[in-house]
Write a protein that binds this ligand. Structure first.
Ligand code: SAM
Length: 304
């Protein structure tokens, strides 16, 4: 039940265009599915894997024990530059893994009862309990609206504050349900889905981590190096899409008369325009339904 099925594995590996002696980074190790595929393509190359979740590191160490060219780092991927100087490819497969979601006591799921936790890193300071029980109504509403794109953000924040203290996931589900007008309770998807997503993003500072990480990658990627990212909701995808657009936009300021050699060409090229999982994969793995994969390749460094 706890097995994590990797999303778009073949596509991710194809986009990374792995060189057998290259240096690679898997920023979101999880249960090691993508990492194993990278390792299978390496000879003298090396792979650095990050995860905030100690359990992911422990289980993957066992899963990948036959390889001596893999290094495990229990830290946030935004700190990549503290560990890796250069890389030929970097992969992120964002979000929560199936084991995190399926174990009630991690507090990520609206389906199983558990404590309000939702920390990927069990050493993290902020848990869902503090967000739910200590944040002001205004702050809760803002998070639900921005990170959950929840149309009933105001009503849900109001009910949460009214029903505090709330200490378990199912108590939170009840508070959410009591805030949503009856005719909307049977709308598509679970009524607590967006609120749980919003709280999880806040607890783990997911969007800030992604932005901070992206800013680090240019320093690390070698020429022709590739950056490939799988996202699971529109907020993450927007950040990646906009950043890739910035990297691949030609700077050609028409207001200034430049000699041809001074016209700055883009330093990166897009590998695709965002692709989704196939119908077949979605049938086999529900998690892949909302996934979008994007990638860029660093150009020859003409402008460096
Ligand atoms: C979707 S899973 C990755 C699954 C993996 N690709 C596989 O095939 O098994 C995402 C993982 O990234 C980790 N994670 C999320 N944000 C992170 C961050 N900022 N730094 C390090 N790890 C993070 C989570 O703990 C989780 O284990």
């Amino acid at each position: 039940m706890n097995k994590h099925i990797s999303v778009m594995p073949e596509k991710a590996i194809e986009m990374l265009n792995i060189k057998e002696d290259g240096i690679y980074v898997d920023g979101t190790l999880g249960r090691g599915g993508h990492s194993k595929r990278i390792l299978e393509k390496l000879k003298n190359g090396r792979l650095y894997c990050f995860d905030l979740d100690e359990e992911a590191i422990r289980e993957s160490k066992e899963f990948l024990k036959d390889y001596n060219n893999v290094f495990f780092i229990h830290d946030n991927f935004k700190n990549i530059a503290n560990y890796v100087e250069h890389a030929d490819g970097i992969l992120l497969d964002l979000g929560v893994s199936s084991p995190q979601f399926d174990e009630g006591d991690r507090g990520f799921s609206y389906r199983y009862d558990g404590p309000l936790d939702m920390r990927m890193d069990k050493d993290g300071n902020l848990s869902a309990y503090e967000v739910v029980n200590e944040y002001s109504i205004e702050k809760l509403e803002k998070i639900l609206r921005e990170y959950g794109e929840e149309r009933f953000a105001r009503r849900i924040a109001g009910q949460i504050v009214k029903q505090r203290p709330i200490s378990t996931t199912l108590e939170l589900v009840e508070a959410i349900k009591s805030a949503i007008p009856a005719k909307f309770l049977n709308r598509k998807g679970h009524p607590a889905k967006q609120t749980f997503q919003a709280i999880r993003i806040e607890v783990n500072q997911e969007l800030e981590n992604l932005k901070a990480f992206l800013e680090e990658t240019d320093r690390i990627l070698n020429e022709k190096g590739r950056l490939v990212i799988i996202t699971f909701h529109s907020l993450e995808d927007r950040i990646v899409k906009q950043y890739f657009k910035k990297l691949t936009t030609v700077v050609d300021d028409k207001r200034i008369a430049l000699r041809p050699e001074e016209v700055k060409t883009a330093d990166y090229r897009l590998l695709n325009h965002g692709e989704k999982a196939s119908e077949e994969e979605i049938l086999m793995n529900r998690r892949s339904k909302s996934a979008i994969i994007r990638g860029v390749e660093k150009a020859y460094g003409k402008n460096r």
